[in-house]
Ligand binder design. Structure first.
Ligand code: DX5
Ligand code: ZN
Length: 228
């Protein structure tokens, strides 16, 4: 944690043949959460990973596993992701009619409940449920892939969510997911995020070749310096 900001490396950009090793490197470099992107080929166009990967990551780290479910009908699967070792279960408000029920189910198992909003979804979609949530994820990109550019228009939504949470005296976390870089991480933090997800900025897929430790150090330095 740097200046109150947590870093959540997303394994979506990691070399899956070296997954355990890279997760350990991220932990050693000061990661707070490991973010796991689950995609079903329906809510988003592509398929990524499921519970076996969550179980595998659970075996190599004690860090909080931040499960981002980009799937239709998440209510059918949240139990399995909790069983697999997920700690924060995040569902998209666009994917369910029953966010309140799911948040209750997750908290009932003493896990943390999160809700995500796509770039086109207004923050008002979850305003009334904030007391039921441990975390809000404001997507900085349209979900589906790592390595996309942050959509600047999502930052005012981060500010708005932060105002709503602080105004209500809640401790709900605000996570920005997608497009976070060394350059814009301090800007996201200044907008009110206290958790930043980063896939390509940490796991740096080829042709770049910096280590996870180097990439994490650069993010931390940028956060320590703050927004310019
Ligand atoms: C996007 C995923 C993100 C993604 C972030 O659909 O939810 O978590 O892995 O990738 P970067 O940090 O490269 O934008
Ligand atoms: Zn994600």
């Amino acid at each position: 944690m740097i200046n109150g900001i947590k870093l959540a490396p997303s394994i979506l950009s990691a070399d899956f043949a070296r997954l355990g090793e890279l997760v350990r490197e991220a932990e050693a470099a000061g990661a707070d959460y490991i973010h796991i992107d689950v995609m079903d080929g329906r809510f988003v166009p592509v398929i990524s990973m499921g519970t076996p990967i969550v179980e595998a990551v659970r075996r190599v780290t004690g860090l909080t596993l931040d499960i981002h479910l980009m799937i239709e009908e998440p209510e059918r699967h949240i139990g399995a992701f909790m069983d697999a070792g997920g700690d924060i279960i995040n569902v998209h408000v666009e994917a369910t009619r029953h966010l309140h029920r799911m948040a209750r189910e997750v908290r009932g198992r003493e896990k943390l409940a999160g809700a995500c909003i796509n770039p086109g979804t207004p923050v008002s979609a979850l305003e009334s449920l904030l007391p039921e949530l441990d975390q809000v994820i404001v997507m900085g990109v349209n979900p589906g892939w790592s390595g996309q550019k942050l959509i600047e228009g999502t930052l005012p939504k981060v500010r708005r969510v932060r105002e709503m949470i602080d105004g209500a005296g809640l401790a709900t976390g605000v996570e920005v997911d997608g497009g976070v870089t060394v350059e814009n991480a301090p800007v996201c933090a200044a907008a009110g995020a206290n958790v930043l997800v980063a896939a390509s900025a940490v796991f740096n897929p080829p042709p770049a070749d910096a280590s996870v430790a180097e990439n994490m150090a650069r993010l931390k330095e940028a956060l320590a310096a703050g927004a310019k």
